[in-house]
Design a protein. Structure first.
Lengths: 215, 360
């Protein structure tokens, strides 16, 4: 339970920091080849989680240059650790954060941004004073979707993190274990919790977007 | 160091489309350059290149000795570095900020800028609207807010993109003279883009006519309107008489205007200004030979026919009545009257057919 919450929060945080600039770039660049980046971002949607997990495992293992670099820098290995599942979860949730961010940024009137520049306000300050305030319902949507989607994460986490209680065993893996052990009561509790929290989260997202709920 | 804006650049889109910018304007005193032309002729592109929002493909832009853009030397200052004021067509007010915070947006937040904002709100007659949001004020107020926001930072050059086109017709009529007055008071050199003939005439010191991305003609309003260099310019400016005149007296809503050695009566412009452009559409002029019997037309002008050109079923006659007057009559009427170049005729113009536009 605690592992699940921690993973979801970290994933959301990581995608906020890295997803916002990436989304802003995707929303504003005129680079003709940006569709390549968009395709990579969307890949986790159609790729089986186990495949993504498999590649992350390979890429971060002790036999790969990346894995060795991380190990020599930080002294920890990525596979079967919390950092490992965080990396997998962040990559897997990329479209859930980047898509809402990007469409929110695209909806900001370009004239407003240019007006801000012409008033002498730097690009970075314009981003925080204008773009973010005007697109925050979309940013919120991305964050909520990311959070709850990573709560329910299964395949990638299992592949990269295994099933170590208290370290990499998340709620959805626990449900799987319980069912395997014919422990239906425990599986039912965890499942109900996931359904209820996800439903509430989506209600909030749609409520905010339709402006039914006060912002 | 020359106190001048010198811009000469080209903007290419793909292979065929091209916009040419070529203008110079003093930077140490007030004047308005109007870029005039139909929609899609590249006016806004020129403005955006000057602002640094668009990067020309070739050329140079130098403002009072500072290079803003030089293709050869790979110089291109950002909009932030140019110190310009850009008024967007739809005003681009920030919807999440109050009127006062919109105006103060570009200033550092300190007591001096709060004072500046308060001052400009008073000058622009926006008092009482400080805490409203842009969607809660009228179109005319939005325009003043946008202009105040641009001017409060004391830009060195003002770029206005169709400043009145977002307003409805009556408001536009009302605000046109006011805009001219506000611009004149600030004294900041201005480049203004418009496709509205009246707006161009009422505001321009220098007029630049654009056609399909190219500069077709440059000059004073009178110059361009009366001597279009080619048919394209003539079509764009709308062929007709435009002459500078001076109002000598007004009474009961009618003004007497002196042009050269002739006098005309016309509906008085609003607001009344001494110096005006007299505009007469060619189809409003009636030609007559011999003595006039009774007629309701108040303006009777004696003139000599300078030229006659055939335009399908119509004939365009240019008269010298102390000022050049253009008349458009049918071929039949022309033959019946036996109009010849060098002949003297009487031109009749109804008072309502004379349109006065205040000029700078």
């Amino acid at each position: 339970m605690w592992v699940t919450g921690k993973l979801a929060m970290w994933t959301t945080g990581v995608l906020l920091v890295f997803g916002l600039p990436l989304s802003y770039w995707l929303a504003t660049t005129r680079w003709p080849w940006k569709f390549l980046v968009e395709a990579v971002v969307a890949l986790p949607l159609i790729l089986p989680p186990t495949v993504l997990g498999f590649y992350i495992l390979l890429a971060t293992g002790t036999n790969s240059p990346l894995g060795r670099a991380v190990e020599s820098l930080t002294g920890t290995r990525l596979p079967f650790t919390f950092s490992g599942i965080l990396l997998g979860s962040a990559l897997f949730n990329l479209p859930f954060a980047v898509w809402p961010f990007t469409s929110a940024f695209k909806a900001v009137d370009r004239n407003l941004v240019e007006a801000s520049w012409c008033l002498g306000v730097s690009r970075l300050a314009t981003f925080f004073r204008l773009t973010v305030p005007l697109s925050w319902p979309g940013i919120l949507t991305g964050l909520v979707l990311t959070f709850f989607h990573s709560v329910g994460e299964f395949g990638v986490v299992l592949m990269v993190g295994g099933n170590i209680p208290g370290v990499t065993r998340t709620l959805s893996i626990a449900v799987y274990d319980d069912v395997q052990a014919l422990n239906y009561a425990s599986a039912g509790q965890a499942s109900l919790l996931l359904v209820a929290s996800s439903f509430v989260a989506l209600c909030l997202v749609y409520g905010f977007q339709r402006r039914v709920l006060p912002l | 160091m020359s106190a001048e804006l010198l811009a000469q650049f080209l903007m290419r889109y793909g292979k065929d489309v091209l916009v040419e910018g070529d203008l110079r304007q003093p930077t140490d005193r007030f004047s308005i350059t109007v870029l005039f032309g139909p929609s899609g002729c590249g006016k806004t592109t020129i403005l955006r290149c000057l602002a640094g929002l668009e990067r020309p493909t070739e050329g140079r832009i130098v403002f009072a000795g500072t290079t803003w853009f030089d293709h050869g030397r790979r110089v291109c200052l950002t909009p932030q570095e140019r110190g310009i004021g850009f008024l967007f067509q739809e005003y681009a007010l920030f919807p999440h900020l109050s009127v006062a915070r919109n105006i103060g947006y570009g200033l550092k937040s300190n007591s001096r800028s709060r004072h500046l904002v308060a001052e400009i709100i008073r000058v622009f007659q926006l008092t009482g609207l400080e805490d409203r949001y842009p969607h809660q004020v009228s179109g005319g107020e939005q325009q003043r807010i946008a202009l105040a926001r641009v001017l409060v930072g004391r830009p060195r050059l003002l770029l206005l993109d169709e400043p009145l086109s977002a307003l409805d017709q009556p408001t536009r009529e009302l605000l046109r003279p006011e805009l001219g007055r506000l611009l004149r008071e600030t004294g900041i050199p201005t480049i203004l883009v418009t496709h509205d003939r009246t707006e161009a005439m009422a505001l321009a010191d220098q007029l630049i006519v654009l056609h399909q991305g190219r500069i077709s003609q440059k000059g004073t309003v009178e110059d361009v309107f009366n001597h279009p260099v080619n048919l394209d310019v003539a079509r764009i400016v709308g062929m007709g008489t435009v002459a500078a005149g001076r109002i000598t007296k007004t009474a009961e809503g009618l003004a007497t205007v002196v042009l050269g050695n002739t006098e005309l009566i016309a509906p008085a412009p609003d607001p009344i200004s001494e110096h005006v452009y007299v505009c007469i559409r060619p189809e409003e002029v009636v030609l007559q030979k011999g003595v006039t019997e009774h007629t309701s037309a108040r303006n009777r002008l004696r003139g000599v026919i300078k030229s006659l050109t055939s335009e399908g079923p119509l004939v365009r006659a240019t008269l010298d009545c102390g000022f050049p007057l253009i008349a458009l009559v049918t071929r039949m009427a022309s033959e019946e009257l036996a109009l010849r170049e060098g002949e003297e005729v009487t031109a009749l113009v109804k008072v309502a057919g004379v349109h006065l536009i205040p000029r700078p």
